[in-house]
Design a protein around this ligand. Structure first.
Ligand code: CU
Length: 227
């Protein structure tokens, strides 16, 4: 009887290991702006609700270029500990600065600044490498060019993905069960309230927000309208 019990326990343990491997889902989140249209460049973050430890992806590398007076990409999402290379492809200097973005970033994200010389044709573009290991959203700017604006979201969860032009973020390998979902966006006026979702094998949801993205800066040579 005792042996049978042990065998049954062993079988159950084997089953639970197997199911742990298979109970990961891809979560598809569509973020909507206040006007109901898809919201690009939002960061969708999933966190466990019970505070249990989750595997954080190994630190990696990421590059943000300064290019035609812009940070490219405008919004980056990186795991904490990532080595981020800033590379100046413009012929003129940039004086990059970074600091906590918005009120909710206060006191969490790192602050930094550095100057990069202009790129010279035929030479390696000037660059600076920083390790970003404090979680939180960072706003990038340039002391020399007030119009330059960029963001780096440093994540301490493996599930943090930026939405594409279609407003969709795909988060792979999410364990089934309850998860807390948060949305962050550079143009949010207040922090969005987190919601709790139930992750199932097929999970696709839309998240309406009150966020209305700023209009992209228009660079045109159009002549003034004539009335
Ligand atoms: Cu600049």
């Amino acid at each position: 009887m005792r042996i049978r019990t042990l065998a049954a326990v062993g079988l159950l343990a084997g089953m639970s290991t197997l199911s742990a491997l298979t109970q990961a889902a891809t979560v598809q989140v569509t973020v909507l702006a206040r006007d109901g249209k898809p919201l690009p460049d939002a960061v969708v973050v999933l966190e466990t609700t019970d505070g249990r430890a989750v595997p954080v992806p190994p630190p990696t590398t990421h590059t943000i270029t300064q290019e035609r007076m812009q940070f490219v990409p405008t919004v980056s999402v990186v795991p904490a500990g990532t080595r981020v290379t800033f590379t100046n492809l413009d012929r003129w200097d940039h004086h990059v600065r970074g600091g906590p973005a918005g009120l909710q970033g206060m006191g969490t994200a790192a602050a930094f600044e550095f100057r990069l010389a202009g790129a010279v044709q035929g030479q390696q573009a000037p660059s600076q490498v920083l390790t970003l290991d404090k979680a939180g959203p960072i706003q990038l700017g340039c002391h020399l060019h007030g119009s330059m604006r960029g963001f780096v979201y440093v994540a301490d969860t493996p599930w943090a993905v930026r939405t594409g032009a279609d407003g969709v973020a795909l988060l792979p390998q999410v364990p089934e069960g309850p998860m807390r979902l948060r949305v962050w966006h550079p143009d949010q006026l207040v922090e969005q309230a987190a919601t709790t979702i139930e992750v199932q094998p097929v999970t696709a949801l839309s998240v309406p927000t009150q966020i209305q993205p700023r209009r992209a800066r228009r660079v045109t040579n159009e002549t003034p309208s004539v009335y």
